[in-house]
Design a protein around this ligand. Structure first.
Ligand code: THU
Length: 161
């Protein structure tokens, strides 16, 4: 399995990752997060260079809210179902704050990322800032969710019946 790239500064990542991360950072200004005040932006890069962004969308009925990553990925799947996703970057800022703060994708987002990765049969790289403030470039969604439950898990189950 390919390795994680972990660097102290965003500047130390490759140009494409840096650019995508900046797009995600710009998107944080469109987060709707009046409850957590944690503004998250995600930017998804497609194989043809198209970038689709998403931001977290909260709701007074808390569980109805949605993370930035899934807003972006569902939008890609709805608009460009046949295009290959190459990378997703995630950035967070606190309301009124200038600096980005660590945000690593939640388990549900990793689950959704993995499904799209398996659907397209090509890895999706993930860029995010870990809790120790270092930047992580994960080679795939699979690398972020070992021992996962997937479409194949359902199919294997069916065969045994
Ligand atoms: N959130 C995201 O959008 N992405 C992440 O990677 C972590 C969490 C959102 C969900 C919620 O609106 C807020 O951040 C606080 O959890």
């Amino acid at each position: 399995m390919e390795k994680f790239t972990i660097v102290d500064h965003l500047e130390d990542l490759d140009l494409e990752s840096k650019y995508l991360t900046h797009k995600a950072k710009d998107a944080t200004s469109h987060a709707y997060a009046p409850y957590s005040k944690f503004h998250v932006g995600a930017a998804v890069l497609l194989e043809d260079g198209t970038i689709v962004v998403g931001t977290n969308q909260e709701n007074a009925a808390y569980p109805a809210g949605m993370c930035a990553e899934r807003v972006a990925l569902y939008s890609v799947s709805a608009q460009f179902p046949d295009k290959v996703i190459t990378k997703i970057a995630v950035v967070a800022k606190r309301k009124g704050g200038k600096e980005v703060v660590p945000a690593t994708s939640c388990g549900q987002c990793r689950q959704v990322m993995l499904e799209y990765e398996q659907r397209q049969e090509k890895p999706i790289q993930v860029v995010m800032q870990s809790q120790d403030h270092r930047w992580v470039l994960a080679p795939s969604c699979e690398s972020l969710l070992p021992f996962s439950f997937t479409k194949a898990s359902l199919e294997h189950h069916e065969k045994k019946e």
